[in-house]
Design a protein around this ligand. Structure first.
Ligand code: PGA
Length: 241
């Protein structure tokens, strides 16, 4: 059963979210469909079948920080998953692996499953540094964390493959994704004795989903641009089993 996670970023306004929910009504699937709307819209999902995901969380719930959202606030809105370390946050908001590590701890205190995003940028790829980058991101983000019974989801999102929300980028070949997913699973097992659920993210859309579905080692997808339109998102879900 594949995970299909929609990262709606800051794409939709209230009417856009309502329209998305309406179009999804009555749709049945065996996939684990999870949606990460802007947090101000969590309430709109109250009577839906979607599982809810945060896009971000505060690294410290013990002090007042204007504009931040704590893990306990997410939990109180029925959120059971949360994205951490998305490349847009790493790059634009200077999020370090150390901050991401604190965020994962905060999530686990509330039994929220972290979805850790990792991935190399284009220059790192061209210099053959993919494994080195992923190693650093995984080891430093998961360092000293006690997962107890929690799952860990890791989304491999090569930064160069993420779309601008309108135009898909080029994406890695199936063989490349396969090898990277196996590398991530082995690393997380060897270093932390955890079985990671590994997703691919970056320009997943209705046109490339058939091809991506042939990659054996991934457990699903983190979908940005194609998750803001219900019809595209539904086409992807229909093809995932
Ligand atoms: P994309 O975004 O599907 O638009 O490339 C994926 C992501 O940023 O999570």
């Amino acid at each position: 059963m594949k995970y299909v996670i929609g990262n709606q970023k800051n794409y939709l306004d209230r009417m856009g979210v309502i329209d998305f929910i309406e179009k999804y009504k009555g749709f049945n699937t065996n996939c684990k469909v999870i949606v990460a709307p802007s947090s101000i819209f969590f309430g709109l999902f109250e009577k839906t079948t979607f599982k809810l995901c945060g896009q971000n969380v505060s690294y410290d719930s013990n002090n007042p920080y204007t504009g931040e959202i704590n893990a306990s606030q997410l939990k109180s809105m029925g959120v059971n998953y949360c994205i951490v370390g998305h490349s847009e946050r790493r790059k634009t908001f200077n999020e370090s692996n150390e901050v991401i590590n604190l965020k994962i701890s905060e999530l686990l205190k509330q039994s929220i499953i972290p979805i850790l995003c990792i991935g190399e940028d284009r220059i790192e790829k061209e210099n053959d540094l993919t494994e080195e980058v992923l190693y650093g991101e995984i080891i430093n983000s998961l360092n000293n964390i006690n997962f107890k019974d929690s799952e860990i989801i890791i989304a491999y999102e090569p930064v160069w493959a993420i779309s601008d929300g309108i135009h898909p980028s080029t994406i890695p070949s199936n063989d490349e994704i396969e090898l990277v997913a196996l590398y991530i699973k082995k690393l997380v097992k060897d270093k932390f004795n955890l079985t990671a659920i590994v997703l691919y993210g970056g320009s997943v859309n209705p046109k490339n989903i058939d091809m991506l579905n042939q990659v054996q080692s991934i457990d699903g997808y983190l979908i940005g641009g194609a998750s803001k339109k219900a019809d595209e998102f539904l086409q992807i879900i229909e093809k995932c089993v």
